[in-house]
Design a protein around this ligand. Structure first.
Ligand SMILES: [Mn+2]
Length: 209
């Protein structure tokens, strides 16, 4: 049976991504689920996406959309997201690609094909969480990508355990119905990138240097 490997927000930290991947003894049948936030803040957004595309040639990969990608994709049609992009690390992404236009020129297929969530029988993977007041069918996209303590502090209604990023913790935050694995990679210089390996129902964390 394949292992599922969920990876938290990378935020342009190519060195941490490579370090993390080197610590996972990758098997050809490992299935990766990236929880979004590939870009912004760290210096190498473009190279991070190049590395992920390369990984997707050898391993099954699911790429979820994160708050950073959603914001980037909405810069042109929404003043609010333009402001968020400019003030929460988007300039690093522009620097990495050369211009805003080049982001979609170079990696448009990648960004247009990101998924909102994915799940197995036992786990549900999403960038930020779900709104505990609504069923899965009634969720707002913005909640899936930006919700924080309203989700973390309440029990949700899904049958699976939810694996999420977005809200950062000092160490993985495990509750009976959810696990937060974002440790602030790209925000804090010494925060590692974290992955959760699910192997026959057993959970193990791996960290970059
Ligand atoms: Mn993030």
């Amino acid at each position: 049976m394949s292992r599922y490997i969920a990876v938290a927000g990378i935020h342009g930290e190519l060195g941490k991504l490579n370090s993390l991947l080197s610590k996972i003894k990758i098997r050809h049948d490992d299935i990766f689920i990236f929880l979004g936030d590939y870009i912004d803040r760290g210096p190498k957004s473009k190279e991070v996406v190049d590395r992920l595309i390369k990984l997707s040639k050898t391993n099954q990969c699911v790429f979820l959309i994160g708050a950073s990608e959603y914001t980037m994709l909405n810069v042109k049609n929404d003043e609010y997201y333009k402001w968020i992009f400019e003030n929460y690390g988007g300039m690093a992404t522009i620097k990495s690609y050369g211009s805003y236009e080049k982001i979609m020129e170079i990696h448009g297929d990648f960004y247009r094909n990101l998924n909102l969530y994915c799940f197995t029988e036992d786990y549900f993977f999403v960038h930020a969480g779900i709104n505990p007041n609504y069923s899965l069918d009634d969720q707002d996209e913005e909640d899936l990508l930006y919700i924080s303590w309203n989700f973390i502090d309440s029990q949700h209604c899904l049958p699976q355990k939810i694996v999420y990023a977005h809200t950062d913790f000092e160490s993985p935050f495990s509750l009976p119905d959810k696990i937060g694995i974002d440790l602030g990679c790209g925000i804090y210089p010494y925060a590692p990138l974290c992955a959760l390996i699910i192997n026959h129902g057993k959970e193990k964390f791996v960290y970059s240097d």
